[in-house]
Design a binder for this molecule. Structure first.
Ligand code: SER
Length: 885
């Protein structure tokens, strides 16, 4: 291993080696996977190759190579030890239906031993137990005898999502030496101990696995390999841990310097330094690829590791925000290869710093509270942190459950997760909160107050933030001077950017904060015309009447809402243009998630009309009309032809909102220009009353998600049917036809089998009281076949009784048929059916010659059929029996 390899050289050498062997270098794909909605983050280099492996897209070349950014969540909680990472780089070579096992093995061996110069005797191999071919190539290429190769069931790879390509694999391990091992005689690759380090995985992609786990061979055999850059660097740089390589040491050393400590002296300090190094690197790459902190999905993973990093920063005594520093160090280290990091440096630093600041504010308090809870529990000898306590920390202090678990675990305690979830559920029910206010009394109080204070000034047309003064607060139906967490309350300010529910647009949400406390606004309304009131709850500290508060509307939610509001105006105009000027708005609902618009129209819209309306709205969005507002006297406004609601009371002065050809009287908040709406998609057109139709639609982010979701569904369906989305319709028609043909064939086979069974039964009737009787459980699959079998047997018998029963789904059906000569002798099919039906726990009946019935109790069937013999004997012995002359 003579030379000293830097990780950048290792990466470049890998890519160059494969390029010189005919591979096209492709850039890493984003950490947000493109093709698979079931996977949150990219976990392997092969993910961007999946469409090529499956033959759904044409690869730019049949041989490809990449260094891929990967993130795996499996080890998040373990990061801090010497091995585990969340973010890592995977070097890979791929063959799309080109070379297969032999060449893949040959390349890997040559690169490791000849180029990187690893001693062959340190390399160990594993294969899947069913793979008899790979060992032959390992023998040919590397001279390994069969018995030196370990067979491991685990050597099977993929797919990363619910379905996709997969196959057996062969892994290359590096022997770190017996001093790292467990010392057992049978210690081999795959052993739990630290001796053998897996460095490269060669996957022989041969199968497609569907969501149910069924595997079918792929049309072409592919190669997917993954070599961990961090691990290979550790080996080539002769280090004991990935954190000692040049990929991490600069970050670790920078932080060790900041806290005035050295790495490698104190294990607690080392753990925290490693957490910051790994999480810092991961956060930079996630932010660069557009992952933002949130409470779900990949956004939650981001938030979770950021908060974990911040907490370890605190453990190290880093009291000032430090993630910007970490980001800078990571970017300087990695931007040589990942140029997007430098390009987005400002954005990355801003995202990390903002979230760090937000979390930092509550972390210290949360930790203090948690430690108090833990002290208290420990004093009482308890081992389990109650779910309610963990939830309170999460809910009030934004303290992630995982962090509570981690801190508790450090003190040997567990958290009651079920209790946590229960508390979360109760909270969700409670947060449909505004109803807790006894509206009438509250309105009366606001009404009295409105006489004493000036009207609230609405500042929200121009912005979403502003300084205000608290005018009044109500909690528990009474005016209060102070409210404190966790009180539910209603707050009035002298001025506010919060829009109060009106004209179909729902009220804003957000926060009111002062140095003493934070109030979460869950809804905004006007209980009396002059006052805008913020409804919600204190989440921290307290607020006092007369003090200053910073009002901050939840911007994303507001922006989603205004997109829907402006789109409602365009939709209204488009409806008039497509359906006629007689269309009148009958109601609307404008929420962040969607919009709803009700209007008069005598019949359902045709698909063509819906599409024309949609096209028109989208055309106006693209035209990017400036949204203009003007305050005019009502009469003047009406003469401009502005649309308004009949029967609605307007003041003397009205606000007219104009965008392109749309002009409406409206007090709502809107986009600056129609382009901001982004895109409009109709999701439903329904009737809500006679002559009133309802359109539901999405815009902006929601529309985009909807369309992506549809595309993903199409992709998934196409994958299920092993075709491309474009060819899906043809393929589906084929499948439907094939299915119909198969059904016809099956029905034909069923009929043939039924005929055959009927023939056999007819040829061997049982003689009872001198007449032929067939009473049998047959395998007919429906009522019709059962009847046809009965008819067939009856006519074959000429004279006799037929009782046939079949098990159909979850019931037993039966028929009874009697030939005319025997009905005359008193044998009555209807009566027999009544008895059989009753025995089966059901019913039966019909005419003397033909009857039917059914029941649920299939266990009684043998006895019910046996009873037929008795009935025949009894019936033929009836006194009214008149022998035929
Ligand atoms: N897909 C395989 C892995 O992730 C090899 O690239 O290990």
């Amino acid at each position: 291993m003579g030379r000293n390899w830097t990780s950048a050289e290792i990466r470049a050498t890998f890519l160059d080696y494969f390029a010189s062997n005919g591979h096209l270098k492709v850039p890493s794909s984003s950490l947000i996977p493109r093709n698979d909605p079931t996977v949150l983050l990219t976990t392997a280099g092969m993910q961007q190759m999946i469409p090529y492996f499956l033959g759904r897209e044409t690869a730019p070349a049949v041989r490809l190579t990449s260094a891929q950014k990967c993130f795996r969540t499996t080890d998040i909680d373990k990061v801090g030890n010497e091995r585990s990472l969340t973010f890592f780089e995977m070097l890979g070579n791929f063959s799309v239906g080109d070379y297969f096992k032999r060449e893949a093995i040959g390349f890997a061996w040559e690169l490791l031993t000849k180029v990187y110069g690893l001693p062959p005797e340190r390399l160990y191999l594993t294969v899947h137990p069913d793979d008899d071919v790979a060992p032959l190539y390992w023998h040919e290429v590397a001279g390994y005898p069969d018995e030196a190769i370990t067979r491991l069931e685990d050597n099977w790879w993929g797919p990363p999502g619910a379905s996709g390509p997969c196959g057996p694999d062969s892994e290359i391990y590096y022997d770190r030496g017996p001093e790292h091992g467990c010392g057992r005689a049978d210690c081999r690759p795959g052993c739990e101990c630290e001796r053998f380090l897996e460095i490269w995985n060669l996957v022989f992609m041969q199968f497609y696995q569907d969501a149910e786990g069924a595997r079918t061979p792929l049309a072409r055999q592919n190669i997917d390999t993954g070599l961990g850059l961090e691990r290979l660097s550790m080996v080539l740089q002769g280090k004991e841990s990935v954190f000692d390589t040049d990929l991490f040491r600069a970050i670790i050393d920078r932080f060790a310097e900041l806290i005035g400590a050295s790495y490698g002296r104190n294990s607690n300090v080392d753990t925290s330094l490693r957490v910051i190094a790994d999480h810092g690197r991961a956060l930079v790459f996630l932010a660069a690829d557009g992952v933002l902190p949130s409470n779900e999905g990949r956004g939650y993973i981001f938030r979770r590791i950021l908060r974990r990093a911040v907490r370890h920063g605190k453990l190290l005594g880093l009291d000032n925000p430090f993630l910007a520093e970490a980001a800078d160090t990571v970017i300087n280290l990695m931007a040589g290869h990942y140029t997007e990091l430098a390009q987005r440096r400002d954005q990355i630093v801003e995202i990390l710093s903002h979230e760090e600041r937000k979390f930092g504010q509550t972390l210290s308090l949360g930790l203090q509270l948690l430690n108090e809870v833990l002290d208290d529990l420990q004093k009482r000898g308890e081992q389990v942190v109650p779910g309610e306590a963990a939830f309170k920390l999460y809910d009030t202090h934004g303290f992630p459950l995982e962090l509570t678990q981690e801190v508790a675990a450090e003190r040997g305690m567990l958290v009651d997760i079920i209790g946590f979830e229960g508390a979360m559920q109760r909270q969700q029910e409670r947060s449909k909160q505004p109803e807790v206010f006894a509206r009438e009394r509250e309105e009366e109080t606001w009404g009295q107050l409105a006489e004493r204070v000036p009207p609230t000034e609405f500042t929200g047309y121009g912005g979403t933030m502003g300084a205000s003064r608290i005018v009044a607060m109500i909690a528990e139906n009474t005016l209060q001077d102070t409210i404190s967490a966790p009180q539910i309350a209603a707050v009035a300010l002298d001025q506010t950017p919060f829009y109060a529910e009106s004209g179909g647009q729902i009220g804003d949400r957000g926060t009111l904060s002062s140095p003493t406390g934070i109030f979460e606004v869950l809804d905004t309304r006007r209980p009396v015309p002059n006052l805008i009131v913020h409804y919600g709850r204190m989440i921290e500290g307290h607020l006092r009447v007369g003090s200053e508060a910073r009002a901050e509307v939840n911007v994303l939610r507001r922006e989603d809402t205004i997109r829907n509001h402006s789109a409602t105006h365009l939709l209204h105009r488009a409806l008039k243009e497509v359906l006629g000027e007689q269309v009148q708005q009958k109601g609307s609902l404008v929420e962040p998630e969607r919009l709803r618009f009700d209007f008069n129209h005598p019949r359902a819209l045709t698909v063509v009309e819906v599409r024309r309306i949609e096209r028109l709205v989208n055309e106006w969005i693209r035209n990017d009309y400036h949204v203009e507002t003007a305050i005019l006297p009502l009469q003047e406004a009406l003469t401009t032809g502005a649309m308004h609601l009949f029967g609605e009371k307007y003041g003397d002065q009205v606000r007219v909102v104009t965008m392109g050809r749309s002009k409406e009287l409206c007090g709502g908040t809107h986009c600056h220009a129609t382009g901001q709406i982004g895109i409009y998609v109709t999701t439903q057109e329904t009737s809500i009353a006679a002559g009133i139709r309802r359109i539901e639609a999405l815009t902006g982010r929601a529309a985009e998600e909807h369309l992506i979701g549809r595309t993903q569904t199409l992709d998934a369906l196409a994958a299920k049917l092993q075709t491309s989305p474009d060819a899906l319709e043809t393929r589906l028609e084929q499948v439907v036809q094939d299915l119909a043909a198969a059904r016809r064939r099956l029905a034909q086979l069923d009929r043939e089998a039924a005929r055959e069974e009927a023939n056999q039964l007819a040829s061997a009737p049982k003689m009872v009281s001198g007449i032929p009787v067939v009473a049998a459980h047959v395998s007919a699959s429906d009522d019709k076949t059962l009847r046809e079998m009965g008819d067939q047997i009856r006519s074959r018998l000429g004279s006799g009784l037929v009782v046939l029963a079949a098990t159909l789904e979850n019931r037993v059906a039966f028929i009874v048929a009697v030939t005319p000569d025997l009905t005359k002798r008193g044998l009555n099919a209807g009566k027999i059916a009544a008895v059989v039906g009753e025995r089966l726990g059901g019913k039966g009946g019909g005419r003397p010659d033909s009857a039917q019935g059914g029941g649920k109790d299939s266990e009684q069937l043998p006895q019910a059929l046996q009873a037929v013999t008795q009935i025949v004997q009894d019936s033929l012995g009836l006194p009214d029996y008149t022998p035929e002359s």
